[in-house]
Every structure is written in C-alpha cells, then in structure tokens.
Design a protein around this ligand. Sequence first.
Ligand code: 13P
Length: 253
Amino acid sequence: MTSARLRPLVAGNWKMNGNKMSARVFAAIIQGYDSALRAKVELLVCPPATLAVTFGVVAVGSGVAIGGQDCHAAASGAHTGDVAAEQLADAGATYVIVGHSERRADHGETDAIVQAKALAARRALLTPVVCVGETRAERESGNALDVVRTQLAGSLPETADGGDLVVAYEPVWAIGTGLTPTPSQVGEVHAAIRAFLVDRYGDAGKAIRILYGGSVKPGNAFDLLSVSDVDGALVGGASLEATDFLGIAEYYR
Ligand code: 13P
C-alpha cells in the first residue's frame, strides 16, 4: 500500500524550547518555504504554548501551520496549567500533538487519556497528531508491533475521515538519541500502522498521514522519508534551526 499520493507533512515539535527571540527562527522557516516547496509539502511548527499566539500572527498567509504540543480533554475549566484545544485554535493553531511519549512518560498519560485529547482536538476543529512508539526494551524483546497496535487501538478516535487525523510513529529509543531504526524497520511499522488504519476506518485509513519521528535530520531524511507509507516527519531537535528543518522538507522538493 503506497501512500505517495498523500500530501506530505513535515512537522516541528519545539518541545520546551524557545522564547520571544525564536520568532526569528520561525520567520526564517517561513522565508525558506517558497512556492515550489509549498506545492510539494505542508509545514507545521508546534511551539511551546507561550509562543503560539506570536507565531500564529507571524504565520498568517505563509502557509506554515501552527500546532500545540498537548491539550486538555476539557474545553475550559479548573485545570491549572493546562491548555484547551479551543485555546490553541484561538491562538491560530490548526493541529495539536497528543500522546507524545514524553507526555506519556512524564505525565502518566494513558491511551484512554490520549484518545480523549484527540477527540477534544477534533471538537475544536484541530487535527490531532497522535503519537505512538515502542521503548528500547519493547523493541529488543520483539514486541514493537504489538505495542504500537495496542497504543493505536486505545489512543485513536473510533472514527476518521482521513484528513482529520495524523499518526506519528516515534520509537522512544530514537528520540533525541541520534539513533534511528533502519528503513526496513520503519517500513515494517508503518505498514502495520497503515493496515491498522484501513482495518479501523476503511478507505479513509488510506488517506491518514503517518509521520516518522525520532532523530530526523537533513542527513538521514532521504533514507527515512523514502520508505513506503512514510508521509512525512515529526522533528524535534532539528526543527529548532530553520536550515535543518527546511533541509528535511527539501527532500520533497
Ligand atoms: P528528535 O527529533 O529530537 O529526536 O525528537 C523527536 C520527537 O520527539 C518529535 O516529537
């Protein structure tokens, strides 16, 4: 099942990095996103919530989408420190990452919580980017596919029409480590995710983009992004520099 027809998405997850001065980096990303690149690939930047409004204003008309890194399941209320999907939408976001492994590990987010967040994103008309991925121990014990399928089963919404959902495969052991799976390992997991999506959503499952994330850099973008059923990348560290982030997107030019 090839997904070459899907418009690829290269997404930057800035995590807990950046301040007001980072608007310069974001402006450089916008500047490098010329019409030729725009025709080939969608760009998304997910800054920390403190910068969402600033970036949202700068992004108007640029074609670069803004996303949140997490949202609460509720639309508003007594949830100190949390951000609602509706608030992200108000700031100009059109996407939100949910279920990142750092949130699952640091905040004890279960699949059920992640699913509730994905539904909250939809309620606010944001596209959820639902993250899944195995730990090193799970990979080494041969359970990567089972772990990913279980996470998908519990974390994804029951319904999807294709464009209203993005899945990101991020092996935990590849995040921020410089390690990456081999193209054949990536292909095996992405094929399993595609099969899961088609099983769950029918034809709509073929239209859901599946991103690979974990130590993506310009130097390995070709190897990782050319794998079947890899419809883009979710980039951490390399998204903090405009040249690196754009260098990854250049694969699609
Ligand atoms: P790195 O690209 O820094 O490995 O991070 C990946 C990631 O977690 C993106 O969400």
